[in-house]
Design a protein around this ligand. Structure first.
Ligand SMILES: *[C@@H]1O[C@H](CO)[C@@H](O)[C@H](O)[C@H]1NC(C)=O
Ligand SMILES: *[C@@H]1O[C@H](CO)[C@@H](O)[C@H](O)[C@H]1NC(C)=O
Ligand SMILES: *[C@@H]1O[C@H](CO)[C@@H](O)[C@H](O)[C@H]1NC(C)=O
Length: 663
């Protein structure tokens, strides 16, 4: 496992070297390609007047533009604006971080535009347009990042392009309601990552391949294709139809059972059948082997998620051998005051781990003692189980780094390595962790176990499938965005409020019952139930470290009076509410305030002018019944972020008002 992690660190290091600089340079210049793109399309309903040259597309004011960390354009969602004619994709090549394009429900026509020039694209949604013609067979061969492709409800014709079958990460493929013809390629069932396949209402023919029929966890729809046969469509394919399926090229409208040729010789048919089966098996095996070889390094695959698993990823932990040269300069910069984000202390962590002598600082081993279970709801495990687990780097946050480990018993956990948590000795630390382990609330993530070493602590909790609210809101929006409906967002806000109420009762005597509430510490279950993590850490941290690492210390009162209180948690809650309603990344989360949207300032000025509706994420503001609730919640959020704590709601009142909002 140490090796896996080491490998991860190097990749992480490379990743930050390459990517952390790019966004700040791109930032302003990204308006130009977008404006060029706008000028090249015809808009017949509504407008894109908010796209103005020379302004920042990530200011939060550009309609339908989504940004990664508020810095660089990652998504274009321009739907239902009556875009018509054909579009050129070339302008968008100048947006290096573009991952999601949604142009569905417009009037676009012509052949599929050259989206293959955008190699970083993960989601492409073109549903409900009038695109037509055949798609070139190799169209998708360079779009290796593609996860979701929606071409449904168009007028495409011809065969399903075989390059789709080469996409290693494809999860959702929607080709329904077109006029695709020919057979369903067998290889389509071999796309391991595929979860949804909709081929309904086309003109496909021949047998539905077993590679699809036999797949578990694949939602398939092939209905509305008259020429198909097989188990899925309840129509048996006999020998002849398989034979003919390989070579036939008539219209194929008649069901295969009716195409039995009366003068076929049974023996010939049999021989052909056997040959075809052998050939098919050969291709399947070759396909599987090729896919295996292509499988990416899991660490690398995680980088995207990891980049967004915590916002203030500035720390990079590297093995001692790599870091020695960097150490001297890091230490001198710390003496000069370092930067305010805690990366100074993180780098200290680097050298300590190195000195620990565990062969590069990568592994979880190197210390004595075992894992101490504090909550056995998910069973018990020990350090050896964790060491044997397959691990992936999830990311670095203000307190330390996190890994996902899948243990042999199937349990997935997150292991957080927390640096500089040295305020308490082993025994009081144990008391505190056991107290956390006893908490039971549907919106609180209860830790499972911990591991104590003087220089670092490991805290183990259950892994949450949907990652964090931060990731779902601002990450790859394409993947989750359609599920982030208003009822879901309301459920998340209310769940967070309930969890905070519980913490404020449970830890009422603490200066900060949570202290670090932000969207990266709100994890989401499969059903988007929020679970709050990393709470009540203040007593465990040394004061200087706490003030650098915890979000409650970014409040106006700490800046002005060096004081924090329960009201600081209320401020953090307000930021989350507003983050969910606006869909914007708050600049408050960043250490230097550069990038993101200054939610506090924006909300305060809009509320003062009673223009609250302008603030709401365009993605959810389509239901007039709900706008009232959204505005009410915006007001609650605004009342939580008053810069004077005395003018802020208290937690109890904030929760009461949030509970009153019903769907
Ligand atoms: C496409 O249009 C149909 C009918 O208007 C609608 O039901 C469907 O939801 C639309 N699809 C998408 C992806 O918006
Ligand atoms: C689909 O294509 C076939 C032949 O290419 C044509 O005969 C048929 O009318 C088309 N169907 C639709 C619904 O466009
Ligand atoms: C399959 O597609 C057809 C036609 O689009 C639709 O009517 C049907 O509901 C779909 N079935 C499932 C299970 O989604």
């Amino acid at each position: 496992m140490a090796a896996v992690l080491n490998h991860g660190f190097i990749l992480v290091l490379l990743f930050f070297c390459c990517f952390s600089i790019i966004p700040s340079l791109q930032h302003v210049s990204e308006s130009e390609p977008l404006v060029r793109f706008k000028n090249s399309v015809k808009i017949t309903k509504g407008d894109l007047n908010s796209w103005r040259a020379g302004t920042d597309p990530c200011s939060g004011k550009w309609f339908g533009i989504y940004c990664q960390k508020g810095l660089t354009v990652s998504g274009i969602h321009v739907t239902r604006l009556g875009l018509s004619g054909s579009i050129t994709v070339d302008d968008l090549k100048d947006l290096p971080n573009l991952k999601t394009i949604r142009l569905d429900n417009n009037l676009l026509s012509g052949p599929l535009p050259h989206f293959f020039k955008l190699r970083g694209l993960k989601s492409l949604m073109l549903s409900n347009n009038s695109f037509s013609e055949e798609i070139p067979d190799d169209f998708f061969k360079d779009m290796t990042k593609l996860k979701r492709l929606f071409l449904d409800h168009n007028k495409f014709v011809g065969k399903i392009p075989s390059s789709l079958m080469q996409l290693p990460q494809l999860e959702e493929l929607h080709l329904q309601e077109n006029n695709f013809t020919g057979e369903i390629p067998v290889e389509i069932g071999n796309i391991k990552s595929l979860k949804t396949l909709d081929l309904s209402v086309n003109n496909l023919e021949g047998p539905v391949p077993e590679s699809i029929t036999n797949r578990k966890n694949l939602a398939v729809n092939v209905s509305g294709n008259e020429g198909l046969c097989g188990e899925l469509v309840d129509l048996s394919c006999d020998y002849i139809s398989l034979d003919e399926g390989q070579g036939r090229d008539d219209g194929g409208q008649t069901p295969p059972t009716a195409t039995v040729s009366p003068n076929s010789n049974n023996a010939t048919v049999h021989a052909i059948m056997v040959a075809i089966t052998l050939l098919l098996m050969f291709f399947i095996i070759v396909g599987v082997i090729r896919k295996r070889n292509k499988k990416k390094n899991p660490d690398f695959r995680m980088l995207d998620k990891q980049r967004l698993s915590d916002n203030d990823i500035v720390e990079v932990r590297v093995p001692e051998s790599v870091s020695t040269t960097a150490k001297r300069s890091t230490e001198s910069s710390r003496k000069r005051g370092g930067n305010a984000d805690g990366s100074g202390s993180s780098k200290k962590g680097v050298s300590q781990v190195g000195k620990g002598g565990n062969g590069g600082g990568g592994g979880l081993s190197g210390g004595m003692g075992d894992i101490i279970m504090v909550n056995s709801d998910k069973g018990s495990f020990g350090l050896p189980d964790l060491m044997k687990a397959a691990a992936e780097v999830l990311g670095n946050g203000s307190l330390g780094s996190a890994y996902k480990a899948v243990m042999t018993n199937g349990l997935s956990v997150v292991v957080k390595r927390i640096r500089d948590m040295n305020q308490l000795a082993r025994e009081p630390f144990d008391v505190e962790m056991r107290r956390f382990g006893k908490l039971r609330h549907p919106n609180i993530l209860t830790p499972l176990a911990y591991h104590y070493r003087r220089e670092e602590k490991l805290v183990v909790s259950e892994y949450m499938p949907k990652s964090s609210l931060l990731y779902v809101l601002h990450g790859d929006r394409g993947i989750y965005h359609s599920e982030l409906t208003w009822p879901t967002r309301l459920k998340i806000i209310q769940g967070v409020a309930h969890g905070m109420k519980f913490l404020h009762e449970e830890f009422a005597s603490y200066d900060l019952p949570h202290g670090n509430l932000k969207s990266s510490n709100v994890l989401l279950s499969e059903t988007y139930e929020p679970l709050i993590s990393d709470y009540a850490f203040l007593p465990l941290l040394q004061p200087t470290n706490a003030s650098q690492a915890l979000f409650a210390f970014k409040t106006p009162e700490f800046a002005q009076t060096q004081q924090v209180s329960h009201k600081s948690d209320v401020y953090c809650l307000g930021i989350i509410i507003l983050e969910i309603l606006t869909g914007k990344f708050p600049s408050q989360y960043l250490n230097n305030g550069k990038g993101g949207t200054d939610i506090v300032q924006w909300v305060q000025s809009s509320v003062a002018e009673q223009k609250e509706e302008e603030l709401i994420d365009p993605e959810i503001v389509n239901n007039t019944d709900s706008v009232r609730q959204m505005v009410e919640l915006l007001r609650v959020g605004a009342a939580c972020i008053a810069s004077n704590p005395d003018e802020r709601l208290d937690m109890r009142e904030a929760v009461r008002r949030i509970e009153q909002v019903n769907t």
